[in-house]
Design a binder for this molecule. Structure first.
Ligand code: IMP
Length: 425
C-alpha cells in the first residue's frame, strides 16, 4: 500500500497538475479532497494542453480511477464542461470518475454571492476566482448546503433550494442592491444538474478502503496551496478549504493513513500569487515582469496576471511544518535560466527584529522585510537536461541550498511543460 499526498506548498499554481500527471503513471487511484473549480491544473501531453479545474489530473491516464471526494465543492456546470472536453479528446470517464455522494454542490446563487461580495468590498476584496467557493463552504458549515446525494432527491432538492433562495435573494437585493435570482429557474437548472451528474455519483468510501486494502497506489491531489489554507494561510486572503495535507484525511474518505505515506510539497523555484494579500518577496519591477513573461504566469482559471517574486524559504518552511512534508517537487526551474543572480528569503525583519517564521498578524505580514541570500545564476538551458547530474552546477547548488535549509529532499525537479521534462533524484 502506498499513499502519496501531493500538495501545493505555496500560494497555489505551483505546477501540481504536471507533477500529479507524471506520478499518476504509477497510480491506481487519484483522489481530490478539497476546493472546487477555482483550481486550474495544467497538463501538457505532447502539444495538447489540458486545463482541469475539478476533475483529478489522473483522468489523463486511462487505467486510473479518479475520485472527487467529500471535501470538494462541485460546480455541476464546470464538471460537465470538463467532461465534454475530455470526451471530445477521446478520454473515457465512464466507470472511472466517481463523485462522492457527500460532495457539496455549488449552485448559481453561490457564484452570484461570491461576486456580489467582491464588488461590495471594492479595494478590500479578496480577489477570489468568482467560482462560488466561499459561499458554498459557508452553506456547508451552516448545514444548509446540498450534497450530491441531496441533489438527486427531488423533494430535498426543491425544499432546500426554495428555503435557501429566500435568504439568498434577501441578501442579494437588500444588502448588495443587485437583481434577485429567479428561484424557478434555479430549480430547473438544479434538476438538469442532477440528471447530468447522477451517473457519476456513487459511494466512494468503500471504493477507497478497498483500494487501500488491496495495496493499490493512491495519489491524493491537493488544489490551491498551503498559504491559502483557511486556518493556516494569510487570512483573510485565503480560500475556504484545507489545501494542507491534513485536509486529505477528512476530505477523501481515506481515514488517517500514516504508514507508507509520502507528503509531497510542490513548490515553484520562485514564487507567485494571484489575488490580493501579503507577499513579502514580491518583485514589482522588471525582474517580476521577466518572471511573469518567462513563466507564462497568468491564472489558469481566471487569466489574471500572477504576482511574481523570489522564493521565500521562511514561508516554505512554515508550509513544510503545517503539511508534514516529507519531500519537495521543485517546478519551473527552467524559468530561472539565464538570470545572473538569484535570491531566496531566509528570514524576515520586522522593525529591526528578526522573525524566523511566517507571522499570523496581517499587519506584520504586510510589513515584514525579507532577508535574502544571493546565489549565482546559470546561463545553460536546464530544460534540455536529462538527469540531475546534467544540471548546471549553480542550479544544483540552488537546489542543495533549499534542501539544506528545509532538511527535506527535493526528489523531483521539473524543467519544462512536457511530461518528459522531469528529473528524479
Ligand atoms: P476562492 O478560492 O475563489 O474563494 O479565492 C480565494 C483566494 O484563493 C484568491 O486569492 C484566489 O486567487 C486564490 N485561489 C483560489 N484558487 C486558486 C488556485 O487554484 N491557484 C491560485 N490561487 C487560487
Amino acid at each position: 500500500m502506498s499513499v502519496s499526498i501531493v500538495v501545493g506548498a505555496q500560494w497555489g499554481d505551483e505546477g501540481k497538475g504536471k507533477i500529479i500527471d507524471v506520478l499518476s503513471a504509477g497510480a491506481d487511484m487519484v483522489l481530490r479532497y478539497q476546493g472546487g473549480a477555482n483550481a486550474g491544473h495544467t497538463v501538457f501531453i505532447g502539444e495538447t494542453k489540458y486545463v482541469l479545474h475539478l476533475i483529478p489530473s489522473g483522468i489523463l491516464r486511462p487505467d486510473v480511477t479518479c475520485i472527487i471526494g467529500d471535501g470538494v465543492v462541485l460546480d455541476p456546470e464546470a464538471f460537465m464542461a470538463e467532461v465534454e472536453i475530455l470526451h471530445k479528446a477521446g478520454i473515457k470517464t465512464e466507470g472511472r470518475l466517481i463523485i462522492s455522494p457527500r460532495t457539496h454542490i455549488i449552485l448559481p446563487y453561490h457564484k452570484k454571492l461570491d461576486n456580489c461580495s467582491e464588488t461590495l468590498m471594492g479595494k478590500q476584496k479578496i480577489g477570489t476566482t468568482g467560482r462560488g467557493i466561499g459561499p458554498a463552504y459557508v452553506d456547508k458549515y451552516n448545514r444548509t448546503g446540498l450534497r450530491a446525494v441531496d441533489l438527486l432527491n427531488d423533494t430535498i432538492r426543491e425544499e432546500r433550494i426554495r428555503e435557501n433562495m429566500k435568504q439568498k435573494n434577501f441578501l442579494i437585493e437588500q444588502y448588495y442592491h443587485e437583481q434577485p435570482l429567479n428561484t424557478d429557474e434555479i430549480l430547473e437548472q438544479a434538476a438538469v444538474y442532477a440528471r447530468a451528474i447522477k451517473p457519476y455519483i456513487s459511494e466512494t468510501i468503500d471504493r477507497v478502503q478497498q483500494s487501500l486494502q488491496q495495496g493499490e497506489a493512491i495519489l491524493v491531489e491537493g488544489a490551491q496551496g498551503a498559504l491559502l489554507d483557511i486556518d493556516y494561510g494569510s487570512y483573510p486572503f485565503v480560500t475556504s478549504s484545507h489545501p494542507v495535507a491534513g485536509g486529505a484525511f477528512v476530505g477523501s474518505g481515506l481515514g488517517l493513513v500514516t504508514q507508507h505515506t509520502e507528503v509531497i510539497g510542490v513548490a515553484k523555484a520562485y514564487l507567485t500569487r494571484v489575488g490580493n494579500g501579503p507577499f513579502p518577496t514580491e518583485l514589482k519591477g522588471a525582474t517580476g515582469t521577466l518572471l511573469r513573461d518567462r513563466g507564462g504566469e497568468y491564472g489558469a482559471t481566471t487569466g489574471r496576471p500572477r504576482r511574481c517574486g523570489w522564493l521565500d524559504l521562511v514561508a516554505l518552511r512554515y508550509s513544510m511544518h503545517i503539511n508534514g512534508l516529507t519531500q519537495l517537487a521543485l517546478t519551473k526551474i527552467d524559468v530561472l535560466d539565464g538570470m545572473s543572480e538569484l535570491k531566496m528569503a531566509i528570514s524576515y525583519k520586522l522593525e529591526g527584529r528578526e522573525l524566523a517564521t511566517f507571522p499570523a498578524d496581517p499587519v506584520e505580514q504586510e510589513s515584514i522585510e525579507p532577508v535574502y541570500i544571493t546565489l549565482p545564476g546559470w546561463s545553460e538551458a536546464t530544460s534540455a537536461c536529462s538527469s540531475v547530474e546534467e544540471l548546471p552546477r549553480s542550479a544544483r547548488d540552488y537546489i542543495a541550498f533549499i534542501e539544506d535549509f528545509l532538511k527535506i529532499p527535493v526528489k523531483i525537479i521539473s524543467t519544462g511543460q512536457r511530461r518528459d521534462q522531469i528529473l528524479f533524484q
